[in-house]
Design a protein around this ligand. Structure first.
Ligand code: FAD
Ligand code: MG
Length: 327
């Protein structure tokens, strides 16, 4: 893949532990898709390999719709053409852009699917990453208003201006997790781990037991096996966003990939990483990014707006402190 993520920057913040679990009894498949290494683990059975292949075919199909990093995805077509005439969307793209607009409103714009032009200016994680000039950011920031994304009841989209660009990188992995979760359930799978580099979904209870899964949240400032907190979970998703995940240095300054849509620059606040626990991985993904932009205090306010989603959040601060939101 031409624009493949520089592996030195990959640091997955969460992982499942399989204490007392015999991995010989598992069917496991990994591949590089949707911009990360995706791994799915299910119990071995006659159908297991077929089910895993189905999952990865589905992931590739979703990538061909949702990727902002490909020239031939459905999203690329929208970004290139939908400012000249309305374009009919697939059900998935319509659903995800509609939901992204809604979450953007609910987070006071901290999560912003129309931030694509600014993301491309920085290109963080790609070979030509750079600090854009101030006047470039000022020029393109006005085109990141989500009001520029016009959707209609025929599932068409129109972009108000040629400079408006959609990027679903902060929500699409979560959406893909939800789709694979449903596919596995439809195939009769009772227990699974879906791990899309920072986005985890544990389906059911721990393999071959009636116990909860142990999901470790890593210390964003520490080494790979430095677990700050272990969560006991069942049938839910955990998504982490962090400022130490994708970044580059210029002039001795670290620039990370979570951008504040108000300024066009990497978000600056008290947080190092945010893990959102929610049965809906799409929401978890979008909100992990939004809270990383908002900082701790504002995130708690915004969190109240999502009572329906029954969300819990693990905030890890730059100084190493950890705080859990109330259930
Ligand atoms: P998150 O916090 O979930 O998202 C951060 C990403 O969202 C940023 O990288 C940016 O793209 C965007 N963003 C930044 N700030 C905001 C904001 N305030 N609101 C909304 N969005 C924001 N990477 C590659 O290197 N090569 C690829 O070919 C590639 N293909 C991909 C295809 C798909 C379908 C997807 C979903 C991702 C792909 N990626 C690829 C990775 C992608 O570019 C993002 O970097 C990645 O999704 C970031 O996820 P995260 O969990 O690290 O961070
Ligand atoms: Mg996200």
């Amino acid at each position: 893949m031409k624009n493949r993520l520089k592996t030195s920057f990959i640091l997955t913040f969460i992982f499942c532990t399989f204490l007392s679990c015999n991995t010989e009894k598992l069917a496991i498949k990994s591949d590089f898709v949707i911009g990360t290494i995706c791994t799915i683990k299910i119990p071995k059975s006659k159908k297991a390999d077929k089910i895993l292949n189905l999952c990865f075919e589905e992931l590739k199909r979703l990538e061909s719709i949702l990727s902002a990093n490909s020239n031939i995805s459905e999203l690329a077509k929208v970004n290139n053409k939908a400012s000249t005439k309305p374009i009919k969307l697939s059900d998935e793209l319509f659903e995800l852009i509609s939901l992204s607009k809604k979450i953007s409103e609910q987070t006071d714009g901290a999560f912003n699917p129309a931030i694509g032009r600014i993301v491309k200016l920085w290109n963080i994680g790609f070979e030509n990453e750079r600090v854009p000039k101030k006047d470039e950011i000022e020029k393109f920031l006005p085109f990141t208003k989500t009001e520029n994304l016009l959707l209609n009841s025929q599932k068409e989209i129109f972009l108000q201006n040629g400079n408006v660009q959609i990027d679903l990188g902060a929500i699409a992995k979560g959406y893909a997790c939800d789709k694979i979760y449903s596919l596995l359930k439809d195939q009769g799978v009772k227990s699974a781990v879906i791990d899309f580099g920072g986005n985890i979904f544990v389906l059911g209870k721990k393999f071959f037991t009636k116990q909860n899964w142990n999901v470790g949240v890593r210390n964003p400032n520490g080494k790979v096996n430095d677990v700050l907190i272990t969560l006991e979970l069942a049938d839910t998703s955990v998504v982490t966003s962090g400022i130490y995940e994708r970044f580059f240095f210029e002039g001795g300054i670290r620039y990370h990939h979570i951008l504040d849509p108000k300024t066009g620059y990497p978000a600056q606040n008290d947080l190092a990483s945010v893990s959102v626990i929610c049965k809906n991985s799409t929401y978890a993904d979008a909100l992990a990014t939004a809270f990383s932009v908002l900082g701790y205090k504002k995130s708690l306010e915004v969190l109240k707006r999502f009572s329906e989603q029954k969300i819990q959040v693990v905030f890890i601060f730059k100084d190493g402190n950890v705080k859990l939101s109330k259930k």
